[in-house]
Design a protein around this ligand. Structure first.
Ligand SMILES: [Zn+2]
Ligand SMILES: [Zn+2]
Length: 179
């Protein structure tokens, strides 16, 4: 995929710089949705519209049209924004509740905040590998699954939370500047 993509980009740059109208490159046999007289060089992987060399955009390695590129950026922005708000909110809730401390054991309220923060970070990381979705099963089975996932999330999150938080803030800034 990577090599093909590089080749494709080099070819595209060549076409853009030289102003060529390479009809053999029109492998999808359609014209650009935005420029009906221009041959399409690729198809948007989200909506299937043809895009010319001027209109082509990339979302990761996938080819998208300008409209789907904007939609994707907005979705990305809200995805990261949602998590950053969640981090702050749960850290504050944990700090306020101070659930780690009891009558006999004193803990810093920051520890309770960090545990809740770790839960969200771990959950976010686990979602990438095991989405919270069960095809069938009772509510009890679903509850046990969610509970086990939450426990695993705390363990994963305790070690990775600072990195995950930084990564999300970084991505949020990147997405925001692209808007
Ligand atoms: Zn599209
Ligand atoms: Zn176009």
């Amino acid at each position: 995929m990577g090599d093909k993509y590089q080749e494709f980009k080099i070819m595209l740059n060549f076409i853009q710089e030289n102003g060529y109208q390479l009809s053999f490159f029109n492998e999808c046999g359609m014209n650009c949705y935005y420029h009906p007289t221009e041959p399409a060089v690729a198809r948007c992987t989200r909506c299937g519209k043809g895009v010319c060399s001027q209109c082509i955009r990339y979302s990761g390695e996938a080819v998208v049209c300008p409209a789907c590129d904007r939609t994707g950026q907005t979705e990305g922005l809200f995805y990261y924004l949602k998590y950053v708000i969640l981090y702050v909110a749960l850290f504050c809730i944990g700090y306020e509740l101070d659930f780690m401390s009891s009558e006999t054991v004193r803990h810093s309220p920051y520890e309770s905040g960090y545990i809740l923060l770790a839960l969200v970070c771990g959950w976010q990381a686990l979602n990438r590998i095991m989405p919270l979705r069960m095809e069938s099963g009772t509510l009890v089975a679903w509850g046990i699954y969610a509970l086990l996932k939450a426990l695993a999330a705390v363990v994963v999150g305790i070690f990775t939370a600072p990195l995950i938080v930084l990564y999300n803030i970084y991505k949020l800034i990147v997405e925001f500047r692209r808007e």
